[in-house]
Design a protein around this ligand. Structure first.
Ligand code: RIB
Length: 323
């Protein structure tokens, strides 16, 4: 049985979103397939493209219409300057971005196979030097709709930011990627958790390879004290789990060129829609439409769509309640 799906969130005042996270220069190699151990392979192309989960999520929030401030750290080098300029071009407040001379800007090596699948190795560099200023953080979180964060910056800083957001009454949207365990006291401070199949299984021990399994995993994660969980399932869409149960949101079927930043795009669209007052299901649906557009373009930040393009994109199939 499918539920009647409302069309799209209503535009409201732009929600203020604070993003704590990484900024990386992505070195993207297009390859026919991922090389095996000991194999030498001819690549098709090499590009340097602005990325980093934190920066990508900030860009997604901004292109969805959010008023965004980014907290992070870059090296004192050309990559760092290019990444800051990229955020500013999207109207993102970079006043809380630090520059360090102690490490180069973060870098990610991304292999993109024909068919769009990627493999990523990230070297944190300056991202490891994030050092929050408690007073400035408190001021930024005051009145913000969401703190959005991930695990590409040091865990102690992420934990401090989550606790500060909780104390300021600002909701926390966490994407625990790359996967690390979440400290017990943090669970009830997280409003919305977005995980993929692998992260869901690592966090709760429950496989999440099908929508039904993802619903079980989401329920197990909610039992830790989280209000809303989304388990993303790639081309099969996502499962949303909250007080009202679990729903499978199928994705529109599209030809993937490069899946890099699909999850970040989803997350930004979700955060802004929730901040605008959309229902959880409307927000997930918007995120799925945004991610479907993202994967049809190469690269991280250049592939993140704007809200108007998302609203013009094909509607996905209706969501399906799960037992
Ligand atoms: O989520 C995609 C991002 O992960 C890339 O842009 C890369 O920088 C890594 O952080």
């Amino acid at each position: 049985m499918s539920a009647p799906n409302p069309p799209s969130p209503v535009h409201a005042a732009p929600p203020r979103i604070v993003v704590l996270g990484s900024l990386n220069m992505d070195i993207v190699l297009r390859v026919p397939h991922a090389p095996a151990a000991g194999e030498t392979l001819l690549g098709r192309s090499i590009d340097h493209i602005p990325g980093g989960k934190g920066a990508n999520q900030a860009v997604s929030c901004a292109r969805e219409g959010g008023q965004v401030a980014m907290i992070g750290c870059v090296g004192d080098d050309a990559n760092g300057r290019a990444l800051c300029a990229a955020l500013e071009a999207d109207g993102i407040d970079t006043a809380a971005l630090r520059t360090t001379t102690a490490a180069p800007t973060g870098t990610a090596l991304i292999l993109v196979e024909d068919g769009g699948q990627n493999r990523i190795v990230m070297v944190p560099g300056a991202n490891a030097a994030v050092d929050l200023d408690a007073a400035a953080l408190r001021a930024q979180l005051q009145g913000a709709a969401f703190l959005v964060t991930q695990f590409e910056t040091p865990m102690d800083q992420v934990e401090r930011a989550i606790s500060a957001a909780h104390a300021a009454g600002c909701k926390v949207l966490l994407n625990p990627s790359p996967m690390q365990p979440i400290a017990a006291p943090l669970w009830p401070r997280i409003d919305t958790l977005v995980v993929n199949e692998l992260e869901a299984r690592a966090l709760c021990g429950q496989a999440a390879d099908s929508p039904q399994e993802a619903a079980l995993a989401g329920r197990a994660l909610r039992a830790e004290g989280i209000a809303r969980v989304v388990v993303t399932l790639g081309a099969r869409g996502a499962v949303a789990i909250d007080d009202d149960g679990a729903r499978h949101h199928p994705a529109p079927q599209v030809q993937a060129v490069d899946t890099t930043a699909a999850g970040d795009t989803f997350l930004g669209a979700l955060a802004v829609a929730l901040g605008e007052g959309a229902s959880f299901d409307e927000a997930v649906r918007l995120g799925i439409r945004a991610a479907a557009l993202c994967i049809q373009q190469p690269g991280a930040q250049p592939s993140i769509p704007r809200r108007d393009a998302v609203l013009r994109s094909p509607l996905p199939p209706d969501w399906i309640p799960l037992p």
